[in-house]
Design a protein around this ligand. Structure first.
Ligand SMILES: Cc1cc2nc3c(=O)[nH]c(=O)nc-3n(C[C@H](O)[C@H](O)[C@H](O)COP(=O)(O)OP(=O)(O)OC[C@H]3O[C@@H](n4cnc5c(N)ncnc54)[C@H](O)[C@@H]3O)c2cc1C
Length: 396
């Protein structure tokens, strides 16, 4: 089958990889002019790691990624009061890597070894599903007919909007905005330590990485609308809301002005009753973004892509059956991940003094390995069984 996959993030190339291995003909289209660079870090582990192992890309992920040795909560004077290892939270020091989202996406795309056509700087503008084929027009004016279209185009998916309806229908806003940026030459540094400082309504995380690079991640409680596409207005909002917030916030905000990477968005989930309609499906954040609070969106994106390809591989051309098995297999697992973030906003942006005290107390407890394993291990454990299949197609 010819399958147009929209979006070359994490889910898109993973799906293309497995479709190719199953003997299908995937084509990728990405709105950006090239593979995106920079961006935020993702902690990658769990069943997504199993998919990466099956693709033989773990060594490359480790080469491009980092292993943080400590997460340290500090006071406004920078004094540490709680400390734990990220591995204790995710349940393994071995099967975990922190990697820029763009490097994860590039590693998966590289695994295709140029065997999948990738169209950059374009996107779909209309999709006409006549029940037998999908006629696609692109913004460039180019047209194509394919058997299936899969939207892997992230939280603000256009494929979802075109086929399933407006984003507002499926988006659950969690009342927090997130910003990430990196700079070189920032001090102080604490190599491979995530230094976390929080006050009422926000958290600032400083991540010191090799090459004198520092990444900042700011999460801010914000209930109203946010400027969607204007980085100047977004930075103004942060400066205004974090004025006098103490700790390293003013130095971080100053560094933000000189950064050439700036990511800003609202923290949201996508909750849909179905991820497929006719000959069009969705994977990754487009289908079921769990939000950054879940800390597993990229792993889920890879799991969904793998399962969808596995179901299509064994379908004998019955895409409708494959689509419904894909949903049946994953819907409750993914919904549980989404439900699991309830209450986690306290950790990222405590609403009030009481929540700040609670956050700090929980962070202190996480320093006890037994507590970390019990408290976090259960909510982050992946209760999903990946389908076992032997692709008929050759390895890309
Ligand atoms: C600050 C932050 C921290 C996070 N931390 C973690 C973490 O620790 N662990 C974790 O697992 N996950 C984390 N996540 C979530 C993770 O980044 C996402 O869940 C994951 O990237 C989803 O992959 P995806 O391929 O579905 O979407 P994306 O990675 O967003 O990729 C979508 C792709 O589609 C392209 N695109 C968009 N629109 C179009 C269009 N119309 N046409 C063509 N292409 C289009 C985009 O350019 C992009 O390349 C975090 C997210 C954020 C924001």
């Amino acid at each position: 089958m010819k399958v147009l996959v929209v979006g070359v993030g994490v889910a898109g190339p993973t799906l293309a990889y497995w479709l190719l291995r199953a003997g299908h003909e995937p084509v990728l289209v990405e709105r950006a002019p090239a593979l995106r660079r920079g961006g935020h870090l993702v902690d990658f582990w769990g069943a997504g790691f199993d998919v990466a192992e099956k693709m033989d890309i773990v060594a490359e992920l480790r080469r491009r990624g980092h292993r943080f040795t400590e997460a340290r909560a500090v006071t406004s004077r920078g004094k540490g009061f709680a400390s734990f290892t990220p591995g204790a939270i995710v349940g393994s020091d071995e099967r975990y890597v922190s990697i820029p989202r763009s490097d994860l996406a590039a590693t998966v795309h590289d695994a295709l070894e140029g065997r999948v056509e990738t169209i950059f700087d374009d996107t779909v503008s209309t999709l006409e599903d006549d029940g037998v084929r999908v006629r696609v027009t692109f913004e460039s004016g180019y047209e194509r007919e394919v058997d299936l279209v899969v939207g892997a185009d992230g939280l603000h998916s256009r494929v979802r909007r075109l086929v399933f309806g407006p984003q507002e229908r499926f988006e659950r806003r969690l009342g927090i905005v997130v910003c990430a940026f990196d700079v070189t030459g920032y001090g102080p540094r604490d190599d491979l330590v995530a230094v976390m400082y929080a006050g009422i309504g926000f958290q600032l995380v400083r991540l010191s990485m090799p090459g004198d690079v520092t990444m900042f991640l700011i999460t801010l409680r914000h209930a109203g609308d946010v400027p969607e596409t204007d980085p100047v207005a977004q930075q103004d909002l942060l400066r205004e809301r974090l004025a006098g917030a103490g700790g390293e916030t003013s130095a971080a905000l100053e560094a933000m002005s000189s950064s050439d990477s700036f990511y800003f968005d609202r923290v949201s989930q996508i909750r849909m009753p179905a991820w497929t309609r006719g000959r069009v499906g969705l994977v990754g954040d487009a289908a079921a973004c769990p939000s950054l609070l879940a800390g597993q969106g990229s792993a889920l994106a890879m799991i969904e892509a793998y399962v969808l390809a596995a179901e299509l591989a064994g379908s004998g051309g019955d895409h409708a059956g494959a689509f419904s098995r894909y949903e049946e297999r994953l819907a409750s697992f993914v919904r549980a991940k989404q439900d699991g973030v309830r209450g986690l906003g306290v950790a990222f942006a405590p609403r009030n003094r009481g929540q700040l005290i609670l956050r700090n107390a929980v962070l202190r407890l996480l320093g006890q390995p037994f507590v970390a394993a019990r408290v976090m291990g259960t909510s982050f454990r992946d209760a999903v069984e990946l389908p076992v299949w032997t692709p008929a197609g050759s390895s890309p």
